[in-house]
Structure formats: structure tokens, C-alpha cells
Design a protein around this ligand. Structure first.
Ligand code: ADQ
Length: 539
């Protein structure tokens, strides 16, 4: 792109997502401290050199006063971020309500909320109104900062109403929308009371993207069956207006992971972890609690209080006082998930129980580390899930634990990047049992850190990643506990040459389909679409 003086300038990319990639903490009336969270999207867009990305989104805090808002906007501007201010009420209705209570479960095939149908129906409309209002507020901010030639990339199910609002402001604006979750079968989408309005709003975009071809196909079917529009190989057409619909599978910044594994601090983590898992070191307090109550609950809180520390090795050392006994451990299994119902954590743990039940010789030789970062902790369903997981873990550890070992270590916490890479690297078998998952980046991250070990990936066939890593991973139906248990046995006994072959396949995919490629492909395809308004001018 040429600037006014004829010199080439980078095209501006306005990335609009519900949350900015920044956590903001207020330090004083006009003082904010900001921390950039290096999620997948941030690294993806940092890697794209042709564009200059600006972020537009909610900073995750309620800022009621004008002075605070101005100060936050100023601080964010230095990070190329632009805030959308949402008050508590709208966050409650739009974010907790419509986004997380209605769209998230529905898009993951968990259906609409059913406890109290009447209450749900009544609050449904007010939540949808708040959703539209919130999307309009995002549109206002985008419109205020938009300059001719910019491209606007809207992200995820929080902002399905945004493309329409933006086109109403300026029909020449180039607008893309990408969904990070699955798009469900049209028969599931059909149950949503606001099904047509949402589809029409998304179709206002010039390019609509999904992780997999199946999700794109479901979306096109929903548009044809519910709206009566025409599905074409290119997308969806209505009265001569084509919205391009396609699959753009996301990836990770694989270099960041392969490089991290080589860093001295990660290598020293790896060494410590290997030593720790080579001989069993078990917290006596943990076992006594477990034996008496059959719940790890209280024991965990005790252990976690001791282990809130970003240094993973220190955490394990402190929560497992040195009692070195027993046979050498031969295998480490790992699960890393947000603690969400879609991740199938109870199903995973039950399958592991079945495996232990049927394979007594493995009982003191394998450990499952389940690292689950709590999310949406204020929502009662998520609290119930946490208790359920603790209960199952406690029961299994009570059942199969010995004085020298417990089979499952479950931590409710997030790990820092280096600790996570070290854990990925020492793992023999990673297990992802999502009941539905747009893509699942944990499986990619694990593969990127496994150049030395060439461990096995057990992967749910309901994760988008199954379509890209299917030939290398052991695919399972997470609902079939017997099948998952058998796959655990198969993975633990897999011969080295088969592991090598499967790993090579996955590693080649993960390192050649990166987050940067994903972002570049989406934006360049968006640039290539012909905006309807331009088309009309040409005709
Ligand atoms: P998520 O549901 O968050 O993302 P995922 O793709 O697996 O799922 O990404 C999770 C990220 O969080 C990974 O980068 C992982 O390292 C990190 N993480 C998870 N647990 C952690 C822990 N305990 N400690 C530290 N880090 C942890 C949504 C969709 C996915 C889709 C992505 C990207 O639900 O299906 O792949 O967006 O589009």
C-alpha cells in the first residue's frame, strides 16, 4: 500500500475481539498497570509482518469514571490497543449470559439451558438485546478509529452481530469474521431463538472463516435451510450478494515452543521433573486425607496452598515432601485444559480409572498429571464441574493409591510458559478428550515440544485438531470410556518406530501450518474479496 508521499506503508489491521490481549490493573485514579497476555492470537499477529495490527476490545475491568477511562485508553494506546468500555450490567447480560450461557454450550452441542425454561425464555430476550447493544458498542469504537484502506477482522461468537453493525456504518469497510469454536450442525443452530438474525448479521461480512471444512459446511447448511439462501462452493449467496465462507485452520507459533525447549531454564525444569518422576515422591498428608475421606478436595487445598508458585518444580517439591520410595515410574501422561465442560475432563479421568482397573501391572508405573486452569469460576455449573473432578480424582487415588504413589496429580492452576513447555517435553502420552473443541491448541503445543521423546497423542475425534493430526494421533470417542482406556494401553506400549512415525507426521504439520500462516492467509483472502459496494460501483 502506498502512503500520500508514494512510500509504501503497512496496511492497518483492526483486530476486534471480546477481550484485549492485556490485563489491566488500576493502581490509582489515573494510573494503570498493563500486562500483555501472550495468547495464540497475539503471537499469530506479531508474526505477520505485512500488517500493522491494532486491537479493539474490552479490557476485562469495569471503569465507571471518565478520568479512569481516559487514563486507561492512553496507557493502552502504547500497546496499540483500543478499549471498549462495558459496564457491569451489560457484561452480566451479554458476556456471562448470552455468550457463555447460551452460545458457548450450544455451539459445543450441549444445547440451550434447560433448568427453568420459563425463566430462560424471559431472560433470553433481554440477554440477546444486551448482546446486540454490546456489539453496537464495539462497532462504535471500530468506526471511530477506522481509516480508509484498513481491514477489520472480527473474532468469535461474542461478536456475531458486529459485521452487520459495521456495514451499516460504512458499506465499503472490509470486514472478516472468524469463529474459534465449532459451528454446530444446522439442526442444533435451528433451536436458537435468534438463529436467523445472527446468521444474517454474520453474512454481512465479506469473508467468514472457520477452523474446519465441516464447520463451514454446517454454517452454509444453516443459511440454506433456515434462511433459504443459496449455498455455493464459494460460500452463501443471496440475491446476487456472495459472502465467501471457507476453512482456515489455526496453528501455533511453533518456533516459540521448539526454541523454548532448548532454553537453559526449561532444560533445568525438564531435568528436575525427570528426576522427580523417576522415583516416587508422595505427600503423606495427601494419602492420609485421601484414605480417610475418599476425596482429594481438602488434601488438594492443602497441597495447592503450598504450591502456588510459578516455579513448577518448586511447586511439586513443596506439595510432595521428600519420601522417596517405590519402583521407578515408567510413564507420564499429561492433560492440560481450561476447566470447562467441553474439555471432557471427567470422561478422561474415568477412562484412566478403567485402564488402571484392567491393567494392575501399570498401577505404580504410570501417573496422570491433569493441569486444569479454572475459568468462569463465578458460574455455578463450572463450580459443580470443579467439585465433580475433585471427587472423581479423590476416589480413584483412594482406590489405586498406595503408600508410595497416587496415580493422578490434579492441579487447578495455570502454569507459566516455561513450566508448561517442560511438562510437555517430559510427557510420554498426552491425552485430549474434548467433547467438542474448535481446534485445540494444547495438542499442537505438545507435539512441538516432543522432538526428543516422540510421545503419543491421544486425541478426541471431536476436536478440530483431529482433522489435521488424525494420521499421527490415536483418535478416540471420549464418550466411549472403554475405547479411551484401550487407547491408553496401546499408547503406553507403542513400539518406538511407530511412535517415531506418528510423531514425524504431527510435527511436520504443526511446524508448517503455523499461526502466522493462518493469519496471513485469512487477511490476504479478505483483501482479495470484492466488497459489495465496490461491485455495485463497477456495474
Ligand atoms: P481454548 O478453549 O482456550 O481456545 P485451546 O485451543 O486448547 O483451547 O487453547 C488453550 C490455551 O491455553 C493453550 O495455549 C494452552 O497452552 C493454554 N492453557 C490451557 N491450560 C493451561 C494451564 N493449566 N496453564 C497454562 N496454560 C494453559 C479456543 C477454542 C479452541 C481453539 C482456540 C483457538 O475453544 O478450540 O483451538 O480457541 O482458536
Amino acid at each position: 500500500h502506498e502512503g500520500q508521499d508514494g512510500r509504501s506503508v503497512k496496511q492497518r489491521l483492526l483486530v476486534v475481539a471480546n477481550r484485549l490481549p492485556v490485563s489491566a490493573v488500576r493502581r490509582g485514579e489515573e494510573s494503570w498497570s498493563l500486562e500483555i497476555s501472550a495468547g495464540g492470537l497475539v503471537s499469530a499477529l506479531l508474526g505477520v509482518k505485512e500488517f500493522e495490527a491494532r486491537w479493539i476490545g474490552w479490557a476485562g475491568v469495569n471503569v465507571p469514571d471518565e478520568i479512569g477511562r481516559r487514563a486507561l485508553a492512553k496507557a493502552l494506546a502504547e500497546k496499540r490497543c483500543i478499549p471498549v468500555f462495558l459496564d457491569e450490567e451489560i457484561v452480566h447480560q451479554y458476556y456471562n449470559g448470552y455468550c457463555n450461557n447460551i452460545l458457548w454450550p450450544l455451539f459445543h452441542y450441549l444445547g440451550l439451558p434447560q433448568e427453568d425454561r420459563l425463566a430462560t425464555t424471559r431472560s433470553f430476550q433481554s440477554q440477546f438485546d444486551a448482546y446486540k447493544r454490546a456489539n453496537q458498542m464495539f462497532a462504535d469504537v471500530v468506526n471511530e478509529h477506522y481509516e480508509e484502506g484498513d481491514v477489520v477482522w472480527c473474532h468469535d461468537y461474542h461478536l456475531m452481530f458486529l459485521p452487520k453493525c459495521l456495514k451499516e456504518y460504512n458499506s465499503k469497510m472490509k470486514v472478516g469474521w472468524f469463529l474459534h469454536t465449532p459451528f454446530p450442525s444446522s439442526e442444533i443452530h435451528r433451536t436458537l431463538p435468534s438463529r436467523s438474525e445472527l446468521l444474517r448479521s454474520v453474512l454481512a461480512a465479506d469473508l467468514v472463516g472457520f477452523h474446519t471444512y465441516d464447520y463451514a459446511r454446517h454454517f452454509v447448511s444453516a443459511c440454506t435451510r433456515i434462511l433459504g439462501f443459496e449455498g455455493t462452493p464459494e460460500g452463501v449467496e443471496d440475491q446476487g450478494k456472495l459472502t465467501r465462507v471457507a476453512a482456515f485452520p489455526i496453528g501455533i507459533d511453533s518456533d516459540r515452543f521448539t526454541r523454548a525447549v532448548e532454553l537453559p531454564q526449561v532444560q533445568s525444569h525438564i531435568k528436575d521433573l525427570k528426576e522427580r518422576f523417576a522415583g516416587r515422591k508422595v505427600c503423606i498428608a495427601l494419602i492420609i486425607f485421601t484414605y480417610f475421606t475418599y476425596y482429594l478436595h481438602s488434601a488438594y487445598h492443602y497441597a495447592l496452598e503450598l504450591s502456588y508458585d510459578d516455579d513448577l518444580t518448586a511447586a511439586f517439591t513443596r506439595s510432595h515432601p521428600p519420601l522417596l520410595v517405590g519402583t521407578a515410574l515408567t510413564a507420564v501422561m499429561l492433560g492440560v485444559d481450561r476447566l470447562d465442560m467441553i474439555k471432557g475432563i471427567p470422561q478422561k479421568i474415568l477412562a484412566f480409572e478403567k485402564f488402571l482397573e484392567e491393567n494392575p501391572t501399570w498401577r505404580d508405573k504410570v501417573v496422570l498429571l491433569q493441569i486444569a486452569v479454572p475459568t468462569r469460576t463465578d458460574v455455578s455449573e463450572y463450580q459443580k464441574l470443579t467439585s465433580q473432578v475433585h471427587e472423581i480424582v479423590g476416589r480413584i487415588n483412594g482406590r489405586f493409591g498406595t503408600l508410595t504413589a497416587v496415580p493422578i496429580h490434579h492441579l487447578d492452576r495455570s502454569l507459566d510458559f516455561h513450566a508448561l513447555c517442560a511438562l510437555y517435553a517430559v510427557t510420554d502420552v498426552a491425552i485430549v478428550t474434548s467433547l467438542r473443541d474448535g481446534m485445540n491448541l494444547v495438542s499442537y503445543e505438545f507435539v512441538a515440544c516432543q522432538e526428543e521423546k516422540k510421545g503419543v497423542l491421544i486425541l478426541s475425534e471431536f476436536a478440530g485438531a483431529a482433522q489435521s493430526l488424525g494420521a499421527g494421533a490415536l483418535l478416540v470417542n471420549p464418550w466411549n470410556v472403554t475405547e479411551v482406556a484401550n487407547s491408553i494401553g496401546y499408547a503406553l506400549n507403542m513400539p518406538a518406530d511407530e511412535r517415531e512415525k506418528r510423531h514425524r507426521h504431527n510435527f511436520a504439520h504443526v511446524t508448517t501450518h503455523t499461526a502466522q500462516d493462518w493469519a496471513e492467509t485469512f487477511v490476504s483472502e479478505l483483501n482479495d474479496t470484492i466488497v459489495e459496494a465496490q461491485l455495485r460501483t463497477r456495474q
